[in-house]
Design a protein around this ligand. Structure first.
Ligand SMILES: [Fe+2]
Length: 387
């Protein structure tokens, strides 16, 4: 049964400023944190959308100097971090401002780790393996999903071994997150779908995690409610700020939940896919969620019943088997109406790769808090059913 609860828990979060216009406070908060020169980290897509220019204008208004670094790719790599860290040092930066999605934020966090610590990124992998915190760091997220702007996680790809490296530490919690729902209006619909489903997976995995607490539960359930009732609408009406606001709030709450409760088998399996095959994170999560819920269900029936209720499913008087069925149907419906209809085989994942993918996933730190302990074959079956 799902009964292990920690006797003690802690909850870590950055200072959060949430609302339309928050991104224009970047310069002011950079100054408040004592910065004089900012490394502004972003990626080419966010630059093209115009958000970087607005942040740079804010930085300039506050009389801060800045250097721009945008050489960040999806599933960012150790080499990109190294390039950014050299620029940070050469330019004499003393603060990091990152505007972008999870890739840019994770890359910026790792640049910060190199700026503050001896050694390379591989030295910090695992739980609590960082000694010094990053330099003062301000995050401005431009997707409603990854929540890297509030989390204790940084994920970076090591192309030498084709693995995603996970760094889990209080040292990578940013100082300030300026969360401005306006930035979501330039996301294309598919990115909105993938990041929104990533946020749903964060909330679901945090809620059933063996590391959950009363405080993470509240945030997780509220995130599930908000995503279920706003994801589709936010994609259908991209400029509707009410829906974007609700999705941004959902992402924040899911992030606060998973950062402190950790995750589960969906993320372990998605990390494996991202590392070995360079597949996009949110999409992998979306394609794997129903399979993992089906696998876990019997170990956390009451928790999944609460999730079903939060998703708007009528559960009163229904036997557990029926709730399980309806929950799986609803997860698939939400994913498909958001626009994610592919399976893993569409992205070139072959049955022959499943064994190695499962081996890597079983060694991912996220699998530790999954409510049901999987064996190699369990993970292989979930992959195979998602092909
Ligand atoms: Fe995620």
């Amino acid at each position: 049964m799902h009964s292990r609860r920690p006797e003690l828990w802690k909850f870590v979060a950055p200072e959060v400023i949430f609302g339309v216009g928050a991104l224009h406070l970047a310069g002011q908060y950079g100054r408040n944190l004592g910065g004089s020169k900012a490394l502004v980290v972003s990626d080419p897509g966010v630059l093209a959308a115009g958000w970087v220019q607005q942040v740079l204008a804010s930085v300039e208004r506050a009389d801060l100097e800045s250097t721009l670094f945008t050489q960040v790719t999806p599933n960012p790599r150790i080499e990109e971090v190294a390039t950014g860290a050299v620029l940070y040092a050469e330019q004499g930066c003393d603060i990091i401002i990152v505007v972008g999605g999870g890739s840019a934020i994770d890359c910026a966090k790792c640049i910060g780790l190199l700026a503050a610590n001896q050694g390379g990124i591989r030295d910090f992998v695992g739980v609590d393996n960082v000694s010094a915190p990053m330099p003062p760091t301000i995050c401005i997220p431009t997707t409603a999903g990854t929540s890297a702007d509030v989390s204790q996680f940084a994920v970076i790809t090591d192309r030498e071994i084709n693995r995603k490296l996970l760094i889990i530490s209080k040292a990578v919690v940013p100082d300030i997150s300026l969360i401005d729902p306006t930035t979501l209006t330039t996301m294309d619909p598919f990115l909105a779908a993938c990041t929104g489903m990533d946020a749903l997976v964060h909330a679901v995995e945090a809620y059933v995690s063996l590391g959950h607490s009363s405080l993470t539960d509240i945030h997780a359930l509220q995130a599930i409610r908000l995503i279920s009732s706003n994801l589709q609408k936010s994609i259908a009406e991209p400029n509707n700020l009410e829906y974007r606001n609700n999705m941004m709030l959902a992402s924040l709450q899911a992030g606060l939940a998973f950062s402190n409760a950790s995750l589960g088998a969906v993320h372990a399996m998605a990390h494996s896919l991202g590392g070995l095959l360079d597949l996009p994170h949110g999409q992998c999560n979306a394609m794997l969620l129903d399979g993992v819920v089906d696998f876990n269900y019997g170990q956390a029936e009451q928790r999944y019943r609460n999730i079903a209720t939060a998703m708007g499913i009528e559960v009163d008087g229904l036997p557990s088997a029926e709730i399980r069925k309806r929950l799986l149907v609803e997860i698939r419906r939400l994913r498909e109406t958001a626009g994610i209809r592919d399976t893993l085989s569409r992205y070139g994942v072959h049955r022959t790769e499943v064994h190695e993918l499962a081996e890597i996933a079983l060694n991912d730190p996220c699998v530790v808090t999954n409510p049901r302990k999987p064996c190699q074959r369990d993970i292989e079956v979930i992959y195979e059913e998602s092909l």
